[in-house]
Each structure stands twice: as C-alpha cells, then as structure tokens.
Design a protein around this ligand. Structure first.
Ligand code: MN
Length: 255
C-alpha cells in the first residue's frame, strides 16, 4: 500500500487552467485541499471537486481581501452548511493589510463563531504577523472539540507555537518555510502528531516554476531530513495525522 501525500493548502482556482489543476491533482492521487479567497468563488470550486476522490475545496474569505470583500460575509455564511472545510481565513497584520486589521478581526471572529456553532469544521488559517491575535481569537471563539484549526504557513515565535499546540492546532508546512534557519527551527519544534503538509501553490516556487500539489513530495523529503527519519515513515505520520483531523470521515485515506 502506497502512502498518500497531502497538500492541505493550495489555490487550484488561481492556476491558469483551474479545471485542469483540479483534474491533475486527482490524477496524481494527492490528497488536496484547495482553498478559496472569496465566497463568490465557492460554487465554481465546489463544482470542480464533483466526482473527485482526492480533492476537496474549502470556503474562504482571505484576510488580504477583507478590506474589499467583507460584504461577502453573508454569502460565506449561506454556503457554510455545504462544506466541512473552511479557508483561507485568518488575519494578516503585514504593512499592506494593516489598515483593515479591525475589520479583519471582526470577520475572523464571526467566522470562528459560526464554525464553532456548526461543529465539525476544519479550518485552514492564515496568521501573517498576527499569531497572537489569531490564537487569542481561537481561544475565545473556537473552543476545543468543536472542529479543527490548521495553521497554514505559521511564522510566529516558538512560544506562540507552543500556545497553538496547547490550543489543539495542527500546522501545515511547506518547503519555503524550511528554506531558512529560523523557519527550520520552528518546524522542528512542531510535535510530530500535529504535522500536515501543503504547497500554497501557485504562490511558492520550485526550480523557478510555480508549484503544484505533487511538489508536496519535496516538503515531505525536507521534513524527513530535518527529523532524521525516512521518507516513508514521515509520509505515514502525516497521513495518520490527516486521518485524525478528518476523524475517519470524508476524503477517505485508503490504499
Ligand atoms: Mn494561501
């Protein structure tokens, strides 16, 4: 039995040819979670996952777009019952998006409250320069046992990482995070039972081309090297973590 590889955060709808991107991920047998950035994009993405065994879409409202798209929050709420996957959501306190920080916090609080009330949702969360705010909000609005938060491309401090672990968060790791010493040291501190992998495709690159879900193999390779285990052992641990996150339902991780 071959171990499944997992890309738990990418943007297939932002590829040049989204329909092919969805089909290619399916054909490659990569368990792929394709996030969306606006609620209006949801129906099209949902439809592209029809009949696919390996690819799912998540319903998002990207923090970098909140300034112009907060009015779509109602639509986000309407679509929420259609999926257990939510993202990309979160907070971006980087200089380009700082002005909308208050609005971002209102939107993210609302998203967390709605997901907590619905139960069983799996969230892929952006936290650029905002780990503390994001964790405060998760603690306040998304109590344990009502769903699962996966922190995507986490870049907080080690103490924030420990806090996230205490809050029961998982971490989806990409190769770019391990391209510098600070990132490697942070990734090393993630407990093995909280690791998932991602590409954030097409926003990362490999050999001077945009990534795609099969490139997640490089992330598993880098993680295995960092943790001094074999590729297969690393891949199996990540697959087992995905099973835990999914609680055995949906996206069946079998042969
Ligand atoms: Mn992303």
């Amino acid at each position: 039995m071959k171990t499944a590889l997992i890309d738990f955060h990418c943007h297939l709808d932002l590829f040049l040819d989204p329909a092919s991107a969805f089909s290619d991920a399916e054909a490659a047998g990569i368990y792929t979670l394709s996030v969306t950035t606006t609620p209006k994009a949801w129906p099209g993405n949902r439809d592209l996952t029809q009949g696919k065994r390996h690819v799912r879409a998540a319903l998002g409202l990207h923090p970098q777009l909140v300034a112009g798209r907060a009015t779509e929050l109602k639509l986000w709420e309407e679509f929420l019952p259609q999926t257990r996957y939510v993202g990309e959501v979160g907070i971006d306190a980087g200089p380009r998006h700082y002005r909308s920080l208050d609005l971002q916090q209102q939107v993210f609080a609302h998203v967390l409250q709605k997901c907590a009330a619905a139960g069983g949702k799996i969230l892929t969360v952006h936290s650029v320069r905002s780990a503390k705010i994001v964790l405060d909000q998760i603690e306040t609005h998304f109590s344990r046992g009502e769903g699962q938060v996966v922190l995507h491309w986490f870049s907080g401090s080690k103490s924030e990482l420990r806090r996230a672990v205490d809050l029961n968060c998982y971490f989806s790791i990409n190769a770019a995070m391990m391209s510098h010493e600070r990132g490697r040291s942070l990734v090393e501190a993630v407990p093995s039972d909280r690791l998932l992998t991602e590409t954030d495709a097409p926003f990362t690159s490999f050999n001077n081309r945009p990534t795609a879900p099969p490139d997640v193999r490089n992330t598993v390779k880098a993680l295995a090297a960092l943790r001094r285990v074999g590729f297969e052992e690393m891949a199996r641990a990540i697959e087992s973590n995905l099973r835990t996150v999914l609680r055995g339902a949906d996206l069946p991780v079998q042969d």
